[in-house]
Design a protein. Structure first.
Lengths: 442, 259
């Protein structure tokens, strides 16, 4: 039997640990942190919880064993993440952005870079090592692979200064999760994608850097006031001649910054699917319990009415479908060296958009009380509305990548079902749809 | 220092148990299994004692007639060094007498040559609360029961155990070797880290077949039945005195338990 969804003993234990942690350590402070009008305070409210997560290995579970990490697989990470997202996808986002930032180092970093930075991440005496992912910009990011040269596409620049052997970062960034760090001086590692060659388009001119915290010219201008995911932090940044040593250029990412963006957002697509499942689960459990107890003034709880029963069924079947789609995406990432673009796009796009529908159904079933902040459904809705538009938006990036894949002559529509590797070919697939009517082959 | 921890598998404390007719076991098919929460406290305290002493080995002892694999895995992930599983060949048709359970454990624990044996004060499934005492009796070792926290006194090389009695604490000094049974610990049992979970595979789980020996001391479970649950409502009418009388009568009938 090739298809077996039985969890391993390790996965069951991770699931139990993550559930115990989420329910007993994380949950008690979430409602209050979510309602804190100051988004910076809302983020800091979980600083101690983050340290506990660090102790448990939840912050860097994906770092390979050869570098001293726990070496959890993507499927392992999804199973644990779902439990945390049931309680708060915002805190889970803080944890998982560590992966979004560090995977480009795993994929393209030199041996020295991996040894140095993974050791720092795993052995922080303060237990609050945090990594940010700094790609998005205020002028928009979705067309990062546009063929035109600067200032089209990503505008932030990293110019090489041969005299000092440094890169000099200039420009503005926005929506960069974790990039405040815990003291608004930057995260312990800020993975920044910037234009290293102003004469080239997005497919050749971008590279990724490791920017340490506290550098002169690294300014946190504002902490964004978000509708949901309020326990995660996303700032506006300005780089004003931030000087970073040339050795901090992630070795294999030079001229491949576009791939770093695509591939990191591929991995996070599978994880975002699990986040969607977590929020759907929270909404479903809430309204299932409600339906079994609330009578709406009749003689019996509303679950005994067909409409309520069928709505619950429709919610649950969508939740289950997204869970296994996400697991499949994670499994393909694990067996194909983190190349599983099609399944990851589906988990992210279908999962996120379905979560909005399911939470909306949960609210319709509960009725007007769901609109009160006495109940958690309004928070779940605010959190769910982020899924289709964050983490490489479903319209701007995810569907565009899928289009690039499907439009290519090599596309094998059965590959996903048959576990055949599907490579995302940078030159043939990136750049589609960035110019209206533009043909990627030109 | 060597620590033996008795680690029993019980039905999930949040599971709805069903009593099946003709069975003396309250466990329906497919029930969720967890480690006995009191045994988790015992393991947590063993881990802390080992950390305080700075060296030692912790071995879990668990009886198995349905799979205890996941329960033992959990104990190893928490930090036990190894485990001995006693696989009972034939599932008994009635619950084990505590003497039978303790007897099976005793043999193996003896071979491990522990300095301290730690158990939960009782198991949440049968609440017999006897295994620790039987082990202490058979070994001729001192036992402290109902403990809420222990520490090791390195000067006198003894265990200092704190036990709650109503609203006060008793503190005992206990020489080694000894048996300690726990009602809870100074802290909640730890969660295993991702690295702990991923490293369990390298730990030794020794499995040995075990035969249950018959015991006849007159102690046996003769009947197992669920408390009947019935929802009734009645509006009591009449004068106040009359209503109070009727109410007392109803309460009296409701609370009398038929055996």
């Amino acid at each position: 039997m090739a298809i077996d969804f039985t969890l391993t003993k390790e996965q069951k234990e991770l699931q139990k640990m993550a559930r115990d942690f989420a329910q007993n350590v994380l949950k008690p402070g979430i409602a209050e942190a979510d309602r804190n009008p100051d988004p910076w305070e809302g983020f800091l409210a979980n600083h101690e919880v983050y340290k506990k997560a660090y102790d448990l290995g939840l912050c860097f579970s994906f770092i390979p064993k050869e570098y001293g990490g726990p070496g959890a697989s993507t499927v392992d990470i999804l199973i644990a993440s779902e439990e945390i997202c049931v309680v708060d996808p915002g805190f889970a986002c803080t944890l998982l952005v560590n992966g979004l930032g560090l995977f480009p180092v795993i994929w393209w970093g030199s041996e020295e870079q991996k040894k140095k930075w993974f050791s720092k991440a795993l052995n922080d005496p303060d237990k609050d090592f945090i990594v940010s992912w700094v790609v998005s910009e205020p002028e928009g990011t979705a067309n990062f692979d546009h063929p035109d040269k600067h200032p089209v596409g990503l505008q932030c620049t990293a110019d090489y200064d041969a005299k000092t052997n440094e890169y000099v970062l200039n420009g503005k960034k926005m929506w960069n999760s974790n990039a405040t760090g815990w003291e608004k001086k930057g995260a312990d590692m800020n993975i920044v994608v910037a234009r290293t060659d102003r004469t080239k388009g997005g497919k050749e001119g971008l590279s990724a850097f490791i920017v340490p915290p506290g550098l002169p010219g690294y300014h946190v201008d504002e902490v964004l006031q978000k509708m949901g995911h309020r326990t995660s932090v996303a700032p506006r940044l300005t780089f004003d001649n931030v000087r970073i040593p040339a050795e901090n250029l992630i070795e294999g990412s030079e001229g491949n910054g576009d791939l770093a963006i695509s591939k990191a957002f591929m991995w996070s697509g599978a994880v975002a699917g699990a986040a969607a499942v977590g929020v759907m689960r929270a909404a479903f459990e809430e309204v299932l319990d409600w339906s079994k107890n609330f009578t709406a003034g009749s003689a019996t709880p509303i679950i005994h009415y067909q409409n309520a029963g069928y709505m619950l069924g429709n919610m649950k079947m969508r939740l289950e479908a997204i869970r296994y789609l996400s697991w499949k995406a994670a499994h393909l990432l694990d067996i194909h060296d983190y190349e599983a673009i099609e399944a990851c796009v589906y988990a992210k796009v279908f999962g996120g958009e379905t979560a909005v529908e399911v939470v909306s159904d949960a609210m319709r079933l509960m009725g007007i009380n769901a609109y009160l902040n006495d109940y958690p459904l309004e928070r779940h809705m605010r959190d769910a509305l982020c899924f289709p538009i964050y983490d490489a938006g479903n319209m701007g990036m995810q569907r565009r990548k899928l289009h690039g894949l499907m439009a290519h002559p090599s596309y094998n529509s059965q590959a996903m079902a048959e576990n055949v590797p599907l490579e995302f070919a940078k030159h043939e697939m990136h750049g589609i749809d960035v110019v209206p009517g533009h043909d990627v082959k030109k | 220092m060597r620590f033996a921890v008795c680690f029993k598998q019980v039905p999930d404390t949040s599971a709805q148990l069903k009593v099946e007719p003709e069975s003396l076991f309250p466990y329906p098919r497919g029930y969720l299994r967890v480690a006995n929460p009191y045994d988790e406290f015992a393991l947590e305290e063993a881990l802390k004692l080992k950390e305080a002493v700075g060296e030692g080995e912790i071995c879990l002892f668990s009886l198995d007639w349905e799979s205890v694999e996941e329960t033992v895995f959990h104990g190893l992930a928490m930090g036990a060094d190894r485990a001995e599983v006693l696989a009972v060949k034939h599932k008994p048709d009635k619950p084990l007498h505590p003497i039978q359970g303790a007897g099976l454990l005793l043999d193996r624990i003896r071979r491990f040559e522990p300095d301290v044996i730690l158990c939960g004060a009782r198991a949440v499934d049968d609440d017999a609360a006897q295994v620790g005492s039987i082990l202490a009796d058979r070994l001729g070792w001192p036992q402290v029961g109902g403990i809420e926290g222990v520490r090791f006194d390195p000067v006198d090389k003894q265990i200092v155990a704190k036990c709650r009695r109503e609203n006060v604490f008793d503190v005992y000094h206990c020489p080694i070797p000894c048996v300690l049974t726990f009602l809870r610990g100074a802290e909640l049992p730890r969660y295993p880290s991702v690295t702990d979970v991923m490293s369990v595979q390298s730990k030794l789980v020794a499995e040995e077949a075990a035969e249950i020996e018959a015991v006849d001391d007159g102690w046996q479970r003769i009947r197992l039945y669920a408390h009947a649950k019935e929802r009734r409502k009645e509006i009591i009418e009449g004068e106040m005195d009359e209503r109070v009388e009727t109410l007392l009568d109803r309460i009296g009938k409701y609370t009398s338990v038929e055996i």
